[in-house]
Design a protein around this ligand. Structure first.
Ligand SMILES: NC(=O)c1ccc[n+]([C@@H]2O[C@H](COP(=O)([O-])OP(=O)(O)OC[C@H]3O[C@@H](n4cnc5c(N)ncnc54)[C@H](OP(=O)(O)O)[C@@H]3O)[C@@H](O)[C@H]2O)c1
Length: 216
């Protein structure tokens, strides 16, 4: 199975390092070739820099480590070429507000996961994952001992969810499902299972399962 990370910023680079450290080979695609090459070069032979077009053509799993609006643009641009792919969405739809905080850029009751899933072509399936921790935590909490920290994920398709759970393990975290893509809102920013929500940070499996069940 071929895995691509699109985006070489905070989340893309932290996740690439976590996955490569677990032995996962990755295609690294950004819209600045020098940044893709620089990130790939840090991955101990597990990274190959490609264009976004090459990543879409070659990968079975596309991790869109770019902002929500960019994911929308890329789905529109690549359309049917995404059919048959697992699209992994870590996005938190937020923008800075004038008071130094953040504001949600989509309606409060919506999730980026659900809105993006609705834009995918037939045959593509979205899994919400890798966005429930801040980039710094994603980097620092990988392969934590004695118990690995949790990364939540939401999937409608069982096989796609299992594939992403395997990637979460390879990245050095404990995968915990929260249900279908309609539960994405719980793991996106301001959601109760997001690091900046009620759960309040990287947690281990027992606390995560209690929290998932708590509001179910
Ligand atoms: N940062 C966090 O703590 C955090 C936590 C959870 C979830 N997230 C989510 O993760 C996603 C990425 O966040 P981030 O913090 O990693 O953002 P970032 O550091 O600003 O990186 C964004 C990346 O997107 C790339 N990009 C922009 N337009 C593109 C295009 N058309 N094609 C390919 N690549 C493109 C940028 O490339 P260039 O640099 O070449 O322009 C950059 O590598 C966002 O949806 C965010 O909500 C972030």
């Amino acid at each position: 199975m071929t895995i691509a990370i699109i985006g070489t910023g905070a989340i893309g680079s932290a996740l690439a390092a976590d996955l490569a450290a677990g032995g996962t080979d990755l295609l690294i695609a950004g819209h600045t070739p020098e940044k893709s090459q620089a990130l790939a070069a840090t991955l101990d032979g597990h990274g190959t820099a490609v264009t976004v077009q090459e990543a879409v053509a070659q990968a079975d799993v596309l991790i869109f480590a770019v902002w929500y609006d960019t994911i929308r643009e890329l789905i529109a641009e690549y359309g049917d070429a995404l059919s048959g792919k697992i699209i992994v969405d870590p996005s938190n739809p937020i923008a800075p507000d004038p008071n130094g905080g953040f504001v949600k850029t989509i309606p409060a009751e919506d999730s980026a996961g659900q809105l993006l899933a609705a834009l995918l072509p037939a045959g593509a399936t979205l899994v919400k994952a890798f966005g429930s921790l801040a980039a710094g935590t994603l980097a620092s909490a990988s392969r934590q001992t004695p118990e690995e920290a949790v990364l939540f994920y939401a999937a409608d398709d069982q096989a796609a969810g299992d594939t992403v759970a395997g990637l979460i393990r390879a990245a050095g975290f404990e995968p915990v499902p929260v249900g279908g893509v309609d539960q994405s809102i719980r793991i996106e920013v301001f959601g109760d299972l997001h690091e900046f929500g009620a759960i309040g940070g990287a947690v281990t499996k027992d606390a995560a399962l209690t929290a998932v069940a708590g509001a179910a």
